[in-house]
Design a protein around this ligand. Structure first.
Ligand code: PHE
Length: 339
């Protein structure tokens, strides 16, 4: 039994063969275990002599089995190390990556275009005081623009605190900027705006991008040049027709609306006979400058505001305003941009 077991162990090449020998010899009903069990049926003298021999054999085989087991395990590990390799230069499998929402993308593009013209980005709060959103912008109480905007009013925080609204336009950032920055000023202010209006072409929350320039000797010509340049770069159409139409805003004088050429039939920007309004603009009203502590005899300015959704829909042929806010993954994958 001893020689047979040792020979078999020497020949065992893997864990399975080794384990079969271990169990077949030393296991519960292994050959040696059975011999040891037979001791119980022997006379005391026989048992003594044979028991000693069998116990010795069991110790010897235990050591041999254990040693061979370790050899086999070491050899298996060696073989694995030789054949299994991790190529650390292989490209990793990429985790799914989010996309930029088209609104974010448009804001980034606007920021880049105006940055090239020397503008920086300013911000203001979504919850705005009525003074910043209306009064300082030359829109007094009971002015029709206040009701036209379908304003969301908020209760005052405590007695005597300023009356608050969800800002109906980003124009309040003009006021905040003039109050905190020394001119010359060139800022744009993209952000959320709110009006209590909801249908296929209006959303109670939408985005605007405001612009403000305050410098000495700024004219309507600067305003027109700046906006024509912006629109042609934004739509990537050097010949895009742009038209300025007289209009009214309380905080600019003169005021105008800006149209671009497009085709009503195909929705294509640049082509066709039709005009589409994309911007409000004008020369900063002297009263607005004065409300911010600037002398209108010394400083001139112009301002503009545009709807970000509208421009994004035109640029990418997005048909429905509501789809911007539905978070439909298929829509986001289709219109989203890789960052
Ligand atoms: N705030 C105006 C609007 O919401 C747009 C505008 C901004 C017009 C700046 C003129 C100057 O319609």
């Amino acid at each position: 039994l001893r020689d047979e077991t040792l020979a078999a162990l020497a020949q065992a090449e893997d864990h399975t063969a080794w384990d079969a020998i271990r169990v077949g010899t030393l296991g519960k009903s292994g050959r040696l275990t059975r011999l040891l069990k037979e001791l119980g049926r022997m006379s005391p003298e026989e048992r003594k002599a044979r028991g000693q021999a069998l116990n010795q054999l069991r110790d010897e085989l235990n050591v041999a089995v254990e040693a061979r087991g370790q050899e086999i395990a070491a050899a298996a590990l060696d073989a694995r190390l030789k054949t299994e390799r991790v190529d650390v230069t292989m490209p990793a499998s990429l985790a799914p990556c989010g996309l930029l929402h088209p609104i974010m993308r448009t804001i980034d593009e606007m920021t880049a275009i105006f940055a090239a013209m020397g503008f920086s980005v300013a911000e203001g709060p979504d919850i705005e005081t009525q003074w910043h959103n209306f009064s300082a912008l030359n829109t007094p109480d009971h002015h029709p623009a206040r009701t036209e905007h379908d304003t969301f009013y908020l209760p005052p925080q405590n007695e005597g605190a300023p009356e608050r609204v969800l800002r109906t336009q980003t124009s309040g950032v003009q006021i905040r900027t003039m109050l905190t920055q020394e001119p010359p000023i060139r800022i744009i202010a993209p952000g959320r705006t709110y009006r209590a209006d909801h249908d296929a072409t209006h959303s109670p929350m939408f985005h605007q991008c405001e612009g403000l320039v305050v410098e000495k000797g700024v004219t309507l010509g600067h305003l027109k040049g700046c906006l024509i340049e912006f629109l042609r770069v934004f739509f990537d159409k050097p010949d895009l027709p742009v038209r300025f139409r007289a209009s009214y805003f309380p905080f600019t004088e003169p005021s105008m609306e800006v149209d671009i050429g497009w085709s009503r039939q195909t929705g294509v920007v640049g082509g066709g006979e039709d005009w589409l309004e994309v911007l409000g603009a004008g020369m900063t009203h002297p009263r607005v400058l004065a409300n911010c502590g600037l002398d209108p005899a010394e400083w001139q300015g112009f301002a503009f505001g545009m709807g970000i959704e509208r421009l994004t829909m035109l640029k990418h042929g997005i048909p429905d305003l509501r789809s911007f806010y539905e978070s439909d993954l298929r829509w986001l994958r289709h219109y989203g941009f890789s960052p």
